[in-house]
Design a protein around this ligand. Structure first.
Ligand SMILES: COc1cc(O)cc(C/C=C(\C)CC/C=C(\C)CC/C=C(\C)CC/C=C(\C)CC/C=C(\C)CC/C=C(\C)CC/C=C(\C)CC/C=C(\C)CC/C=C(\C)CCC=C(C)C)c1O
Ligand SMILES: C[S@@+](CC[C@H](N)C(=O)[O-])C[C@H]1O[C@@H](n2cnc3c(N)ncnc32)[C@H](O)[C@@H]1O
Length: 318
């Protein structure tokens, strides 16, 4: 069990929050992490400096602690906007019947369920079109058509991979409730050392996950390795807000409201303080694009959403 690391409700009392009163800007600049990090070297956990081993443990504890309240927290913090971002990721992916998706840091399955729904809806539309194009079918022929029609998923398949068993357990229960029985697998695994063969997937997604990984460069290299030639990398992650007014409001909202919501809804202030701090630690759009290119991806592009609160990066293994 993760240690309960909640604290008093007053948002401005205590370490890590007091600077917010004086300035809405975090007191540091983002510096690109060195890819030659030695084992046992220091890294960051939000605004804290910790050893690399400690970071992995702390990230595990955060998601173990929030797993059961994860979905309700996301709807509350974003007023449902995270759903639109995830829908847009699927629209950008535009998967087709047969697509094999690996969703890394897939947590409670939001991307996987959207993928399955997208493929099913697409195949059902196609089936309806085919049926309508055949004139004068008897009732018997129509019934046979339905019986023999392809399964709504075709050969499509999604693997949800996450380091945290609690998050996956919540996802598995959701899958049962939503009636997703086929085309879905849950695998415990580390984004930095994926338990899959080379050249296996058509699409790799990572949504709100890469920010938590200790060595982002290693995770990107692993993404490249497991994708088939021609495969696509897609990452949805927090990014840099371009409009200065929205940026100030967003900082105010992040540091004054989100940890309070974390305490009230999930009984966990610290995990939500980590969330907002880790967002400020993540590289801006252009820097992250370069990191993706450094891992070998080509045709790397990005699209900023909601003034840059998040961005979707895309790249291809060619
Ligand atoms: C532990 O790690 C994690 C845990 C998780 O549960 C999740 C994740 C990964 C994260 C996600 C999957 C998505 C989670 C979503 C967010 C973190 C939120 C993203 C934020 C937004 C979409 C809204 C951005 C807000 C703005 C641009 C500024 C607008 C804000 C205001 C007008 C309010 C300004 C705040 C104050 C003046 C402070 C005092 C206010 C109050 C006490 C009232 C409370 C106010 C509200 C609840 C208003 C909230 C307003 C909005 C959400 C408006 C949205 C509007 C736009 C986007 C234009 C994970 O890693
Ligand atoms: C904010 S959640 C995102 C979940 C889901 N993708 C979504 O969009 O709702 C971040 C997830 O990353 C996972 N994670 C953190 N470090 C990881 C790593 N090294 N390898 C795999 N998953 C990791 C956490 O366990 C957690 O489930």
């Amino acid at each position: 069990m993760a240690a309960r690391r909640s604290r008093a409700l007053w948002p401005l009392s205590g370490r890590g929050c007091s600077w917010a009163l004086l300035s809405l800007r975090p007191p540091w600049g983002w510096t690109r992490p060195m890819s030659t990090e030695k084992p046992g070297a220091d890294t960051h956990f939000g605004f804290e400096t910790v050893s690399e081993e400690e970071k992995g443990d702390k990230v595990y504890q955060v998601f173990e602690s929030v797993a059961k309240k994860y979905d309700v927290m996301n709807d509350s913090m974003s007023l449902g906007i995270h759903r639109i971002w995830k829908d847009l990721l699927l629209r950008k992916m535009h998967p087709f019947s047969g697509t094999k998706l690996l969703d890394v840091a897939g947590g409670t399955g939001d991307i996987a369920f959207r993928f399955l729904n997208y493929i099913k809806a697409q195949n059902q539309r196609q089936q309806q079109r085919e049926l309508k194009s055949h004139q004068n079918l008897s009732w018997e022929e129509i019934a046979k058509w339905y019986q023999n029609s392809r399964s709504p998923l075709g050969e499509s398949h999604v693997v949800v991979c996450d380091i945290n068993k609690e998050m996956l357990n919540v996802g598995k229960k959701k899958a049962q409730t939503l009636g997703h029985k086929r085309g879905l697998a849950w695998v415990v695994g580390d984004a930095e050392e994926l338990p899959f063969d080379d050249d296996k997937f058509d699409v790799y997604t990572i949504a709100f996950g890469i920010r938590n990984v200790t060595h982002i460069d290693r995770a990107l290299q692993e993404a490249y390795r497991v994708l088939k030639p021609g495969g696509r990398f897609l990452c949805l992650e927090f990014s840099q807000v371009s409009n200065p007014i929205i940026s100030r409001l967003y900082d105010l909202y992040s540091f004054q409201v989100i940890p309070v919501m974390g305490e009230v809804i999930a009984g966990d202030w610290k995990s939500y303080q980590y969330l907002v701090e880790s967002i400020r630690r993540f590289p801006p759009q252009e820097e992250f694009k370069e990191m993706i290119e450094d891992a070998g991806f080509q045709k790397v592009t990005y699209e900023s959403l909601t003034s840059g609160i998040v961005a979707i990066h895309s790249g291809f293994k060619l």
